[in-house]
Design a protein around this ligand. Structure first.
Ligand SMILES: [Zn+2]
Length: 462
């Protein structure tokens, strides 16, 4: 019988390191030892001499190493509907785009997922999520296409299987032809969890139950969705408190604000995270803190749709877990997450708290450990600590954009987007010098243009 093979080690040395652990431990010059897919050791100075099975040694001079960025809210399919309805608020923007979105098919969704993932991954995202909630009849295996795109690129991934069942005829926003039945949505969601969700420590694919938003789903779907998520032991996700119009909608239809409505249906809890949470009063924030419900803060999208400024400093102070989200690229055309670190910091300084709002390290924490918390994976990702999964990024900070900024974390948060020299997921390198190792960017760009044009054509002919 062959002896079990020993762990293969990769050593990264001579780099600044921001671990984002509980004490915000940092090293001006340190090392990380990766053994297979986990971090074995991390510390100041060089790695211990004489380690066995070292297959690669990386000189990190001129770099800051951080945990990989974690995206907590997105809609990949929107990659092929970017740059439309550019001067609309949320409700008008949705009504303008629903007819286009409801004509997507599997081929379009696959290419859009590749585009969304590629843009994030080459900018330092190691864990992505996609909240997909448009499932036109006969459109194929959309969930399979999205999950396959993430797997091929090597990105850790959560699919939030969304759904809509409240259309115009029921007082909702989407057109009647764009929604599923309540029962159909629940059955399909359960099938997706059973087929794709991996609960293990180093899972590359997880699935969450994710009815879309109060104005596109029935109360029954929200309530049954929460029950389904808890029965299956997976997380739940939705949009909430995004705009004043949504707040008004909830008061008119349900006689209460969005947070009270979610709580009344069981859709708050430590197994729930919610996108936006812009219009939250003190008691809403208290409810999130009490139930440990997470928040996906999407500053660029909130600005693009003139939704408002989420009270992130108050949420953090109250103990609410907060991560960052790109949101769909029809409301954040850049599709990048690293810029959200800076935008979270800047936008919150325009809010009620001014200069005391957030600092660079808090912004980095939102984009890393905060994301891991809201995705329910704080034990395995989000910080660089022995025993955690080897998901990390080498940011180049000795070039034109950053060399004159003394503090490395300030450099990558306040400065221009830092070049990604290398990005590792699960111990495997997926980006080298800002290029994806397992995807062809030019091919994706070409295919995305063709699919965007095909979708526009189909919509125009309908
Ligand atoms: Zn969204």
């Amino acid at each position: 019988m062959a002896a079990p093979s020993a762990a293969q080690r990769v050593i990264i040395e001579n780099c600044a390191i921001a671990t984002v652990d509980a004490n915000d431990t940092e090293y001006a010059s340190g090392h990380i030892v990766v053994a297979d897919n986990k971090i074995e050791s991390i510390g100041a100075g060089k790695a211990t001499e004489g380690l066995e099975n070292v297959v690669r040694r990386i000189d990190g001079t001129g770099h800051l190493v951080t945990p990989g960025l974690i995206n907590t809210h997105h809609h990949f399919y929107q990659w092929i509907t970017r740059g439309l309805a550019t001067d609309h608020n949320l409700f008008n923007w949705l009504v303008a785009l629903y007819p286009t979105w409801s004509r997507i098919d599997e081929s379009m969704v696959r290419v859009a997922a590749q585009g969304s993932l590629a843009m994030m991954a080459r900018g330092g995202v190691t864990t992505a999520m996609d909240h997909h909630y448009v499932f036109p009849k006969g459109s194929g295996d959309l969930s399979g296409a999205i999950i396959g795109a993430a797997r091929d690129m090597g990105v850790r991934f959560t699919l939030a299987r969304g759904s809509m069942d409240r259309s115009e005829k029921d007082g909702g926003l989407p057109p009647d032809f764009a929604v599923e039945t309540t029962e159909g949505a629940l059955i399909a969601t359960e099938e997706t969890v059973n087929k794709h969700h991996d609960a293990s420590f180093d899972a590359m694919t997880q699935v969450a139950v994710a009815p879309c938003s109060p104005f596109s789903i029935s109360t029954e779907l929200l309530r049954e969705g929460a029950a389904l998520g808890r029965r299956l032991g997976v997380r739940m996700h939705t949009h909430g408190s995004e705009t004043v119009e949504e707040e008004k909608f909830c008061h008119e239809l349900f006689g209460m604000g969005p947070t009270d409505y979610f709580e009344s249906t069981g859709f708050l809890g430590e197994d729930v995270w919610m996108a936006h949470c812009v219009h939250m009063n003190d008691s809403d924030i208290e409810a999130f803190a009490r139930t440990k419900t997470g928040v996906a803060h999407c500053p660029s999208s909130n600005a693009r749709l003139a939704a408002g400024i989420a009270r992130v400093p108050d949420m953090l102070k109250a103990g609410v877990p907060v991560g960052l989200g790109v949101d769909g690229t029809a409301s954040n055309e850049s599709g990048e997450l690293h810029t959200e670190l800076r935008n979270a910091l800047l936008i919150n300084r325009l809010g009620a708290h001014r200069e005391a709002a957030l600092d660079a390290r808090q912004a980095l924490r939102l984009g890393t450990f905060g994301g891991a918390q809201v995705l329910g994976r704080a034990d395995s990702i989000g910080s660089l600590e022995p025993g955690k999964l080897a998901d990390f990024v080498l940011w180049k900070i000795d070039g034109l954009g950053h060399s004159s900024i003394a503090d490395p974390v300030t450099a990558i948060v306040f400065g221009a987007a830092a070049p990604v020299t290398a990005s590792f997921v699960n111990g495997k390198q997926i980006v080298e010098n800002n290029r994806l190792l397992f995807a062809d960017e030019e091919a994706i760009a070409r295919d995305a243009r063709a699919e965007a044009q095909r979708l526009a054509r189909i919509t125009a002919q309908a």
